[in-house]
Design a protein around this ligand. Structure first.
Ligand SMILES: *Cc1c(COP(=O)(O)O)cnc(C)c1O
Length: 372
């Protein structure tokens, strides 16, 4: 079989199309928030949290949450060096400093010991990002946060469907954020969600999300503070309602694809996939293969092998501290090393068995050539 294999693509059915058409036809005037409120309610219920606010992006949700914690110039927020830039950017929007620490070699998420060592007088929060749907060690991070009086917050953009000892990722910290970008497990095209169990924090972010206009403010065109404009549109929320009706099936399919990769590749010598430790379930947003250094299979080897097979596999995130706008933190040896010998495997819901087999064939051939 031939044809390009994409690395992600949303799963859109007649349900989403019908809701979007209904929102375009009827979702105006008195009905302009109907899908939005329904989406927020459904998302909060899925996650098991009190409050959810739909936003235009995860970046915006994170920006508002950090602003509501009153993080500003001179403050520091600790996060892992292995990350997408969107987790660090909102910290800089507020004039605060992202402090990059190393990751654990198995989960590719925050190393709790490194977090504790990085705490200074200026630290204001610990940002736990569940990379590729893998779970951070939340118990240890919460314990460290508690001991130092610091909130732990979760960027769960990649962790829809991930569960840590019975609690869904994003529902565990002081607040959580999600992305509904077209590459993620569920989508509204662009979009995000802010969630929290803290009712005061919820009210604050709700006000921030609507240009600083407090709920219940009866004066027309009156703003109570400078806020942001990070709201989701009703028509996007309509698509989101369709996705949430199907969320269990969408997560199950991601896990099915991951399990197939794990069965086919996880037992080969010299290769490691996303871990799923005891007590956790991963949503498997992005199945990722890391090759042992001894295999000498590098990022470049992988990129050219997949390119030759017309498969859009993606490189592991570069360490954020290697980007030109930050100071390099060479001490983060794991975060700097793993991207040199890793690849994200395609995993969109509608992939066929033939396509999955084409992906595993590329990996198996590389391993055969190098290891056997
Ligand atoms: C995708 C992603 C974001 C950004 O989401 P947007 O909705 O594009 O703003 C933030 N953090 C992580 C971990 C992501 O994967």
């Amino acid at each position: 079989m031939t044809g390009r294999i994409l690395y992600t693509k949303p799963s859109i059915t007649e349900v989403e199309i019908a809701y979007a058409a209904d929102a375009a036809r009827n979702g105006w005037g008195a009905h302009c928030y109907d899908y939005l409120y329904r989406f927020e309610e459904m998302f909060a219920r899925h996650l098991g949290v009190k409050h959810a606010i739909a936003t235009s992006s995860c970046t915006g949700a994170l920006h508002m949450g950090l602003a509501a914690l009153e993080i500003g110039p001179g403050d520091e927020v600790i996060l892992a060096d292995a990350n997408w830039v969107a987790s660090a950017a909102p910290i800089t929007y507020l004039g605060a400093k992202p402090v990059f620490v190393d990751i654990l070699p198995d989960s590719w998420c925050l190393d709790p010991d490194r977090v504790e060592a990085a705490i200074t007088r200026n630290t204001r929060a610990i940002l736990a990002v569940h990379l590729y749907g893998n779970l951070c060690e939340m118990d240890r991070l919460l314990e460290i946060g508690e001991r130092h009086g610091l909130p732990v917050i979760e960027d769960a953009a990649e962790a829809i469907g991930s569960i840590y000892y019975g609690h869904r990722a994003g529902s565990i910290g002081r607040f959580g954020t999600f992305s509904l970008h077209g590459t993620k497990t569920i989508t509204t095209g662009e979009g995000g969600v802010f969630v929290t169990d803290d009712s005061a924090l919820y009210e604050h972010v709700l006000t921030l999300s609507n240009h600083g206009r407090a709920r219940g403010q009866t004066r027309q065109f009156w703003a109570d503070m400078i806020g942001f404009k990070y709201k989701m549109a009703n028509i996007q929320a309509a698509i989101g309602c369709g996705q949430l009706e199907r969320i269990d099936a969408l997560i199950a399919r991601k896990r099915e694809i991951f399990n197939w990769y794990r069965d086919q590749l996880g037992t080969l010598p010299g290769i490691r996939l996303n871990p799923e430790p005891e007590g956790t379930t991963i949503g498997a947003w992005m199945p990722t293969a890391v090759f042992d250094a001894a295999t000498r299979i590098s990022r470049e080897t992988l990129r050219s092998a997949f390119q030759a097979a017309d498969i859009d596999a993606r490189v592991f995130f570069h360490p954020l501290s290697s980007l030109p706008m930050f100071e390099p933190v060479r001490d983060n040896v794991v975060a700097w090393d793993i991207p040199e010998r890793a690849i994200n495997l395609p995993s969109y819901h509608d992939m066929s068995m033939e396509q999955l087999a084409r992906v595993t064939d590329v990996v198996r051939k590389l391993i055969d050539d190098r290891v056997r």
